[in-house]
Design a protein around this ligand. Structure first.
Ligand SMILES: [Zn+2]
Ligand SMILES: [Zn+2]
Length: 265
């Protein structure tokens, strides 16, 4: 997680040396700085997928594409963002699957006040390990829940604490926009969904897009750990940060070491 929150989002996904970026909501200098801390050259990234056109997800994408020769992939609605006006954008429809050298990315429409927003599930060609990345959504739709089956890693929005939002600094119209069905996922809703989505095989649950005004890592983590009591989940729960890299989160060897299933005839 190179950074996540309303001031910028970017997630680096790597499979067997092949790299893609999900969202580029930071300027090129900030992004290059974050990548440098983990020893990654920006030019080594194969392409950048954008979840939606809000500035905290697309801000640096056009400039980064130009500077480092990236291809940008977005839905037609997202591609209308002014930040992408001069970028080489490859279009995909929500629900479509995109093949990269070492991984397959499937997009799923998300309920958000944006123009054709999506989340992604990335699957490794070599191990079959799956990571789901879903944030900026007002609720968990049936389609998103279905996409989150059998994940090894789940990056899930845990945007706000309901009470902190209600009693916080935002004007009423903004509170309503955040809390509505196409706004942002609350800690409580993230916990309710995670209870269903986690499996014994899932190794990492990463809380993303935490509000700086209406949430805290402590509150979000306490809520999620509480929600996961008496589930099959045995992995780690971590909160992403706005201003620093967190991770990496690796699926480990669980898949590779899974016992071979022999059919009996
Ligand atoms: Zn956002
Ligand atoms: Zn958004």
């Amino acid at each position: 997680m190179l950074g996540s929150g309303s001031s910028g989002n970017a997630i680096l996904v790597e499979c067997d040396g092949s790299r893609i970026l999900i969202d580029c909501g930071f300027g090129t200098r900030t992004l290059a700085g974050r990548l440098a801390t983990i020893g990654i050259a920006p030019e080594s990234i194969e392409g950048c997928l954008i979840t939606h056109e809000h500035s905290d997800h697309v801000k640096g994408a056009g400039a980064a594409a130009k500077k480092w020769g990236w291809g940008v992939l977005a839905t037609p609605g997202t591609a209308k963002a002014p930040e992408l006006a001069e970028a080489p954008v490859h279009l995909f429809e929500p629900g479509m699957t995109i093949e990269f050298e070492r991984m397959t990315v499937t997009s799923t429409a998300t309920p958000h006040d944006a123009n054709q927003s999506v989340g992604f599930v990335v699957e490794s060609h070599s191990t079959g390990a799956r990571a789901g990345l879903f944030y900026d959504m007002g609720h968990v739709s049936r389609a998103v829940a279905d996409a989150c089956e059998r994940l090894d890693i789940l990056v899930l929005e845990s945007n706000h604490d309901d009470d902190m939002l209600r009693n916080g600094p935002y004007p009423r119209w903004l509170q309503q926009r955040i809390a509505c069905k196409t706004g942002h996922l609350s800690n409580r809703d993230a916990g309710v969904f995670a209870r269903d989505a986690v499996t014994r095989e899932m190794q990492h649950l990463v809380l993303a897009h935490l509000s700086e005004n209406c949430n805290s890592p402590n509150i979000a983590l306490t809520n999620m750990r509480g929600a996961l009591v008496r589930t099959r989940f045995r992995g780690t729960v971590t909160a992403a940060k706005q201003d620093a890299v967190v991770g990496p989160f690796t699926p480990g060897d669980a898949r590779a070491e899974a016992p071979v299933q022999y059919a009996l005839f």
